[in-house]
Write a protein that binds this ligand. Structure first.
Ligand code: GRG
Length: 295
């Protein structure tokens, strides 16, 4: 298997599929839909829908019911990036190699299109109810998606992060922030894939655990790249954490230890993946790629 080629091919397929779920740019809502679509079409790795689809297939899922959920998780993620870049939060002008949404459409549309995209994610996921005969699974997947996005998930982690900028930070608080602001959506991706494919409770719980580790390794790698990469390679400004007076994993543990920890945490994620009788070589390689990524 040529991993990079397969990765690119899957990304293109995912983008084509998601394009079919984007809001139509028509009537008085055309301007808002345009801003939502601008951010959705700006690129990105499409990691979360890819993980979701891979886990779904690993547990034997074959139906199109996964698609609205794949589109929904990318919408939730993108809405969080739109808001993260706003002047009130990180105040960044570039993301995914392009001008950020508020930089192009103004701050008010930045706020509103982030809100609209978050809501549209649930409107999209709800379309699965008409596609799946076992709608109990859709309800369960929706519950996980909403919970991992909310106050006890991504939004909770982000709010602790933002309100503690420039302050001293304990390791315990940093772990809470990373588990929620970054791991929660990755956990949701893997759990939703498993739930929709009909995996057992214990298997869903292991997927949650794997997602937590991937998210942690992914966020530490993000911190490392923020100080070792370039704007050209990342597609967004570097030294963003320093600018925002943020304590990160690298500040607490140092660059070398942080790199070693990324290795260790991702190895643990792969070890857990290997405990499943269903082998998915691509998924294992994807985890290794993510934690060694350059952007
Ligand atoms: C509106 C739902 C909503 C949330 C607002 C701002 C906010 C609350 C949450 C932000 C959470 C955040 C930015 C976490 C960081 C996660 C992270 C490392 C994002 C980068 O993900 P990549 O590298 O991005 O997958 P691409 O561009 O490749 O998709």
């Amino acid at each position: 298997m040529n991993f990079n080629k397969v990765l690119e091919q899957k990304k293109v397929e995912i983008e084509q599929m998601i394009a079919g779920y984007l809001p139509e740019e028509k009537g008085f809502a055309a301007g808002m839909a345009q801003a939502m679509n601008y951010s959705m079409e700006a690129g990105g790795k499409r990691l979360r829908p890819m993980l979701m689809q891979e886990v779904y297939r690993m547990f034997g899922g074959t139906s199109a019911v996964i698609e609205p959920f794949m589109a929904a998780i990318e919408m939730i993620h993108t809405s969080s990036l739109i808001h993260d870049d706003l002047p009130a939060i990180d105040n960044d002008e570039y993301r995914r190699g392009k001008k950020t949404t508020h930089a192009v459409y103004g701050e008010a549309v930045g706020v509103l299109s982030g809100d609209a995209l978050l809501n549209y994610a649930y409107e999209t996921a709800c379309r699965a109810f008409t596609m799946e005969p076992v709608s109990e699974r859709v309800g369960k997947a929706l519950t996980v998606l909403a919970g991992k996005t909310g106050i006890y998930g991504m939004l909770g982690g982000q709010s602790v992060d933002v309100t503690n900028e420039g302050k001293e930070m304990s390791r315990e608080m940093l772990d809470y922030i990373y588990k929620n602001k970054t791991s929660a959506l990755i956990e949701a991706s893997m759990m939703v894939g498993a739930i929709l494919a009909g995996a057992a409770e214990e298997q869903i719980a292991v997927m949650e655990n794997i997602g937590e580790r991937i998210g942690l390794a992914f966020q530490i790698r993000d911190d490392i790249l923020d100080i070792t990469s370039t704007m050209e390679e990342l597609g967004k400004p570097v030294f963003s954490d320093e600018k925002n007076h943020k304590v990160t994993y690298v500040t607490l543990r140092g660059l070398e230890q942080a790199s070693r920890d990324v290795e260790m945490i991702s190895e643990e994620a792969v070890r857990l993946l290997k405990t499943f009788p269903q082998k998915d070589e691509f998924l294992e390689e994807l985890v290794c790629y993510l934690v060694n990524r350059k952007n």
